[in-house]
Design a protein around this ligand. Sequence first.
Ligand SMILES: [Zn+2]
Length: 129
Amino acid sequence: MAKSHYISADHDKTYGTFVKNIREDIGRKVKLHTLGDEKNCPNCLISSVDRTSAGIFHPDTPYPAGVPGPTSFSGGRCPVCKGSGHYVRNIVKSILCHIRWKDAGSGGNIKSGSPTASTRPCVTTDSKV
Ligand SMILES: [Zn+2]
């Protein structure tokens, strides 16, 4: 009969505390760049027919933070969405990580020291991304 092993809530909490302490002691801040949701362009009027830019300057009020503009234009393409009618903001988060290096050529074993050409980062964080 196979012996079952369970991780108790206390062991899980202890593990989480140790990992958190390691991250705080030797971790480093890493900037994570992700893309936000696609939104209608706040700089121009959106055509109700094909949901692209109607080519008319019509800024949202209030204008959302983190989007270039409002930039006035007359005729031609909207300088913010380039005529697509949509805009995706870049989101940059700074998160505390513990970075180890896995050797891709040896079954994913962890290496100490500096990364080499055959190592890949293994990042541990408890930040919600
Ligand atoms: Zn636009």
